[in-house]
Write a protein of this length. Sequence first.
Length: 293
Amino acid sequence: MRRAYFKTSWIAALLLAPQLLIIFVFFYWPSAQAVYWAFTLEQPWGGGNTWVGFDNFRNILSDPYYWSSVRVSLIYAVAATALAMGMSLILAMFVDRQLAGYKAYRVALIWPYAIAAPAVGLAFRFIFNPNAGIFSYVNTVIPGLWDPTQIGWQAVVTIILAGAWKHVAYSFIFFLAALQSIPRSLTEAAAMDGARPLRRMVDLQLPLLTPTVFFLFVINITDSFTDSFGIVDTLTGGGPFRATDLMVYKIYSDGFRGFDYSGAAAQSIILMVLVMALTFVQFRYVERRVHYT
């Protein structure tokens, strides 16, 4: 095949200019501004910046509330990712077996991905409301058993369930596509040898799904750190008593409510470095267990 090329470089530059301009304006320029604010002291009501070096980072890393935010973020990311991937894999397995009504289930299970995170937060806020939802009947039998507005660990469980439910549809699409790419002759041969569905899943299908599992693990972990703001904001607002104050939500609350722009910028840099470090670890160590065919 002959490689296509431009005889004059200005045509290629003209075609690339719109995309490069969008990337610069909406990605590189805000990132550069965040780095600049992280090393300076931004006045809440204007008046310029003062260079302070690493003082913003020292203040953040010495704040116990920030480390609590990191801990809750890690718990949320791991729990929501594990729950979402486990549920989506089970659902994809059932749909792939083409049980009765599998086409309707396939369409219905994809729809939740189109729902915005704030809408998910509002729905789960009503469902888990101790006074108006199904749990109001539970509290009638056992008063005070469920109240995520006052009990921190229950609020954390609520946002984990909401985050996992939001990501089930995305993982379901990839798991179903991966399962359908496995040759039917392999599963039929295993069935003829006497392997039951569970045995076929463990010994045959799961090893062939490891590339998809790794891809979804990286994507879900990253989204759990960066795409959880809408759920937390509408569901718990970071409460009760900062129990659900995730890193991405703390950036917003410190920057836009506390007017600590420099501190919020420093937190965003730390979050970016943390996500990059987790992604590096996943590709460096977890990918070794992935078998590509």
